[in-house]
Design a protein around this ligand. Structure first.
Ligand SMILES: [Zn+2]
Ligand SMILES: [Zn+2]
Length: 285
């Protein structure tokens, strides 16, 4: 039984063991019965040597594999550990084709595509401006989807991860984030919430802080728009600098949401990102 991250990496860091875990993942995915017998598992993992297979399987049983009545299945932890493999998370050779997404670059107006950068997907413009910094998904989120579906999946993933980060949950490690608004070098206020556990520099805008707020979601919903499925870079209220500073000390930011609809929502935010007031009214422009 592993007791530390180093032990865990050692435990899975052998092709035979990865093949066993992969075979059990496929069994769990494709068959009604997620378990395999010793012989069927050995065959599915493609290991011909009985003794070698027995040794590696024995190492996995406990933490990653559960043995019941001489049949084997992934443990809950084993499944969570390797499920991202199926989405291409650790496929170092993955090279998904650049995928066009709606919207345009705020710096230069060029068209936008999703492509891998340092192994993670980013939204970049044709001139190389990065629109969405940080991890926005594993390759599985764009593989085998048509462009509209992929754009929606990315938007929902981004919205959900932003909601977690703003609510104090690191979207990467599920540890603790603690955020506040700070002035951004490009102007406006950015909401920074570093993770105390993994150091992820989670960042969003004032609009990101309220994108999943029930009042914002219902404003758009009343006009037939599911705002959580809209790419953040296409929504004016989510851009850096969309807010107005109404007080410096203590900081109060005001944001007008839904300015393209026939009514809008005015939200004020405190330095810690909390909503201090909401006012929905017909637009006067
Ligand atoms: Zn650009
Ligand atoms: Zn973290």
């Amino acid at each position: 039984m592993s007791s530390s991250p180093a032990d865990l990496f050692h435990l899975i860091g052998q092709p035979a063991r990865t093949a066993i875990l992969q075979a059990l993942l496929e069994q769990r995915r494709d068959a009604e019965d997620p378990t395999l017998s010793f012989t069927d598992l050995r065959r599915a993992a493609g290991i011909s040597d009985n003794g070698r297979f027995n040794y590696h399987l024995g190492e996995l049983v406990g933490l990653l594999v559960v043995r019941t009545d001489d049949r084997y299945r992934l443990s809950g932890f084993g499944f969570h550990l390797i499920a991202p493999l199926a989405g291409g998370a650790y496929d170092l050779d993955a090279d998904p084709a650049p995928l066009s997404v709606p919207g345009e670059c705020h710096d230069c107006g060029a068209a936008l595509t999703v492509r891998p950068d340092e192994g993670v997907l980013q939204v970049v413009c044709d001139d190389g401006h990065v629109i969405n910094h940080g991890l926005i998904g594993y390759p599985g989120v764009v593989n085998d989807r048509d462009p509209d579906d992929a754009a929606t999946a990315l938007a929902l993933l981004s919205t959900t991860m932003t909601e977690l980060g703003v609510e104090g949950v690191c979207p990467l490690c599920h540890g603790h984030t603690d955020g506040e608004f700070v002035t951004d070098p490009d102007g406006g206020y950015a909401y920074l919430a570093p993770c105390a556990d993994c150091g992820n520099q989670f960042a969003t805008t004032a609009g990101g802080c309220v994108a999943s707020h029930p009042a914002v979601v219902s404003l758009f919903d009343d006009h037939g728009v599911d705002v959580r499925r809209r790419a953040p870079w296409t929504l004016p209220f989510r851009q850096l600098g969309a807010e107005t500073v109404i007080a410096e000390d203590p900081l109060q930011l005001e944001l007008r949401v839904g300015i393209n609809l026939d009514e809008s929502l005015t939200v004020t935010l405190a330095r810690d990102g909390s909503v201090t007031s909401l006012d929905r009214s017909a637009a006067n422009n």
